[in-house]
Ligand binder design. Structure first.
Ligand code: KG4
Ligand code: ZN
Length: 386
């Protein structure tokens, strides 16, 4: 397997990002956030996002190239083997900026172009490796990766909350997904009701540390649905009514707000672990959970997931369920190595293109002039996403 060097671009929502990756290793990962621009709207405003991507993209690409290659390098393009870009899902006007620039660069520098699914990239982001861990020149690839299949990816972001069975790189089966709001979206929407700004997820995590999660009893949705799907609209409605009551009785003080944040966060994560427990029982061979997406940065989510996995490992051991000694290892939670890799970023796009080209037999796009956005592109809804 030959590690290739990729210039990757992601403009799916409100971050303009460019990265240089080598094999599964990150050489540079630049993310220009537009959060301040979208704050007044309480969410991402598509035309504002498009304009900001257009203004930022060249600067972001230039910075990624500068950070990845040594200062004396006269032509970094001799080291870049391919270009990768997010094709979807995401906001159509925002995606368009990255795709257009990627096509121009591929034409200008005669490089192959890979189109990447943004959710797949979040799902694989925990296998992305830091440059410091392995020297870029001899970055050994993920030799051990296939041994872990099938595994489970859990993507928890502002746009998606999905359980994806990873049978192999490029071979996915979506086991469950949210049928309305995503987990991050629920945190953001409720956060907005109590003026926590946008996005509210990180503030809710901080507030929750000061509150008591047992104060308000958020409902546990879809317990009898018999599937692995999730729904957050009920929690949002519960929060709206609760906040209205608290405001009316003039009891929405600082401590109540902390308690509300803690109870909400607990409710949002409990819904995920409840469905996860069911999946792990039904798929006893899953050895790991790969966590990705913006909400994966939350320390409490990681803690909750680890305790769910420990409980399931104990249950499996007790039942002697695994067929071979190797699989008696405790269930592991794999997380992205930095917070930057949890949120939207181009490094995960470059590494996904690389893994797909090496393990998933994906070829570059043949006639990329015609490559268009796929704003609603899902992963694993059918057996193959290509
Ligand atoms: O992956 P991402 O950057 O964008 C999407 O593809 O959606 O995820 C953004 C989401 C937002 O909803 C944000 O509130 C949430 O991730 N988020 C967090 C934390 N950091 C970001 N939620 C909870 N705790 C955090 N620390
Ligand atoms: Zn994302």
């Amino acid at each position: 397997m030959k590690p290739i060097t990729i210039l990757a671009i992601d403009t799916s929502a409100d971050e303009t990002s460019a990265a240089i990756t080598h094999g599964s290793t990150v050489l540079a990962n630049v993310v220009a956030s537009q959060v301040e621009l979208h704050k007044p709207y309480g969410g991402v405003f598509p035309t504002v996002a498009k304009q900001a991507h257009k203004e930022n993209i060249d600067r972001v690409i230039a910075l990624a190239v500068k950070r990845a290659f040594s200062a004396g390098e006269s032509n970094p393009w001799t080291h870049i083997d391919a270009i990768a870009v997010t094709q979807g899902p995401g906001l159509a006007p925002a995606l368009e900026v990255g795709i257009t620039r990627a096509k121009q660069l591929a034409t200008e520098h005669h490089k192959p172009l890979y189109a990447v699914n943004h959710i797949e990239a979040h799902a694989l982001s925990s296998v992305v490796q830091a440059k410091s861990k392995r020297a870029a020149d001899n970055a050994p690839l993920l030799e051990d990766l296939p041994a872990t299949f099938p595994t489970l990816a859990l993507v928890v972001s502002g746009g998606h909350t999905e359980f994806i069975l990873v049978r192999n790189i490029g071979e996915y089966q979506r086991l469950g997904h949210t049928i309305d709001d995503a987990a991050g979206e629920c945190l953001d929407k409720v956060g907005r009701m109590i003026d926590l700004g946008y996005p509210a997820g990180p503030a809710i995590e901080q507030f929750a540390k000061l509150g008591d999660e047992n104060t308000f009893n958020f409902p546990l949705p879809m317990t009898s649905s018999g599937d692995y799907n999730l729904s957050y609209s009920g929690l949002k409605t519960f929060a709206r009514n609760l906040i209205a009551d608290l405001k009316e009785s003039k009891s929405l003080n600082k401590q109540t707000t902390y308690d509300l944040a803690a109870s909400l966060q607990y409710g949002v994560f409990r819904h995920i672990t409840h469905k996860l427990e069911k999946i792990l029982k039904d798929f006893p061979d899953i050895p790991e959970v790969w966590l990705g997406g913006g909400v994966a940065a939350n320390a409490e989510l990681r803690k909750t997931l680890r305790s769910t996995l420990a409980k399931e490992s104990g249950r499996r051991k007790k039942l002697g369920m695994q067929s071979d000694a190797n699989s008696l290892k405790p269930l592991m939670l794999k997380t992205p190595y930095s917070k930057k890799l949890c949120g939207d970023n181009a490094a995960m796009i470059g590494v996904t293109a690389f893994l797909r080209s090496q393990y998933g037999n994906q070829k570059p796009i043949a006639n990329f002039e015609k490559l268009d956005r796929k704003p609603r592109w899902g992963v694993g809804i059918y057996r193959s996403t290509s």
